[in-house]
Design a protein around this ligand. Sequence first.
Ligand code: KIV
Ligand code: ZN
Length: 505
Amino acid sequence: MDKNKIIVFDTTLRDGEQSPGASMNTEEKIQIALQLERLGVDVMEAGFAAASSGDFDAINQIAKQVSNIRVASLARALQNDIKAAGEAIAPAKNKRIHTFIATSPIHMEHKLKMTPDQVIKKAVEAVSYAKTFVDDVEFSCEDAGRSDIVFLKEICAAVVEAGARTLNLPDTVGFRLPNEIAVMIKEMVDFIGDRAIISVHNHNDLGLAVANTLASVQAGARQVECTINGLGERAGNAALEEIVMAIRTRNDVFAPLYTDIVTKEIYATSRLVASITGIEPQPNKAIVGKNAFAHESGIHQDGVLKCAQTYEIIKAEDIGAEKNSLVLGKHSGRHAFKDKLINLGFDLDNDELNDAFIKFKDLCDKKKEIFDDDIRALVSSEITKVPQIYDIEKLSTSSCNAGHASAAISIKFEDEIIQDAALGNGTADAIFKVIDRISGVNGELKDYKVGAVSQGKDALAKVTVKVAFENSVPTIGHGLDIDTMLASAKAYIGALNSYLSMKNK
Ligand code: KIV
Ligand code: ZN
C-alpha cells in the first residue's frame, strides 16, 4: 500500500442518493457507476443492499458490469443487512462490505438504546460476519465527530482485531471544525498505526465538509469519502471534485500525497450526475458550477487575456470542461458524431449510437446551433432511458389567460394508439391529467423543474419531474425537447414507465 496515495471512496450512489429528490433507477445508477470507473475512483459505494429489492438489484448489476473498481455496499451492524450486502456485491472482482454502528453518547442512548459495551459487541460480531463474505471490510463509527475519543479507540481496536481493514470516522452531522477534526484524526492515526487505514466522511451542515476532509488528510487520513457535486443527506457530503482539485492544485502543500482521479473526467461526471438526479450544482459552485471559469469583470477579463494565471488557478480543460463551443451541425456525419461522443466521455454500443444519431439529426432540424451540453443531455437521456411501456405519439396543447388550458394526446401502448384530452389548471396540469386517465395510474406531482440545456431562444428544455404514483415512493422522469410542454409530457411518461417497470419486477 502506497502511503502517499489518497484512496477516493465515492458514495454518490448511496449517501448521494439520500439527497432529497435524488433517487435513481437501476439503469441510471449503472451509467453513473461506469462513469465513476472512468473517473478513476478507487472504491464506489453502490448502495445499501438491505434497503430495498431495487437497491439490491442495482448494486448487483453494477457489481456485474464494472471491471476493476472496488464495489462496496453499506450494511448496518445486523446479520440480514450484511448478508444482503455480501450477496449483492458477490459478482464484483473487487468488493467491500461497509458496516457501521453509532458510537456517540447521544446516538447510543437515544437511538440504539444500547450501552457502549453492547455497541462494541455488535460491531465485532458485524465485522466478523462480514469477513465470512469478503476479505475487505470497512467499519464506520457513525457520529464519530461527536464521540468520545477513548471509546473510539476501544471500539476501533476491537473491530481491527476482528478483521476490519478500513476505519471510517464520519462527522455525520457536519459539526466539527477543521482544526478539531485534525486533532481527532491524528490521534486515531497514531493509535491505529499500520493496522488499518483511517478514513473520513464529512457532512456539510456548516459548509466545512471539504475543509474538514483536507485537514484530515493533512492529519494522516488516507481514505476520503465524498460525492459528485457534493450530493448527500441534508447539506450534502464533501464534494469529490473539490477535494481532488485542492490536493492537485495545492501540490506545494499536499505533495507527495496524490489521488488517482482522472481529472479530465470530472466535468463529464458532474454533468451526468446533475442530469440524472435533476439536481444542478449552484452556478457559483467550486470546480463544476456554471460560473466556475467565467470572468465577468472587465479588469479580470483583461488580466486573463494577458496572462490566464492572473485570475485562474485551474484551467477548465483540467476538468474536461471545454468552452461551451458550437459543435456539430445538420451536415455532420455519423463518424463526426461518434468522435464527439468519445470526446465527451460517452461509450455507446452500436444500437445506442444509432438511436442517439437519429435524435441528433432530429434536433439539428429544429435547433440552429448545437452545443456540447445539448449533445450531453441528448445522449444521457438516451442511455438512461427506462423501458418505453407508454410512448408519446402526438401532443397538442392550448393555453390562454382566460378560460381553460387543455391537452390532447396520442399515446402508444402495446401496439395500440390511445387518444384522449383533458382540461387543467394550466397546460402542464392538463397534460398530466390526461396521461393519468389513459394509463389508469394516478400520479401526484411532487416536484417539477424546467431548465434550458444550452443557449439561444431555441434552447432545448430539460424537464425533471418527481411523481408518486398510487401513493408509492416517488419516481423521477426526465424529458428533453425544444418544446417545454412536450418535454413535460415526456418527463411525466418517463416517471410513469419507471414506476411501472419497477412494479412489474
Ligand atoms: O454520515 C454517516 O455517518 C454515514 C455512515 C453510514 C457512513 O453515512
Ligand atoms: Zn453520511
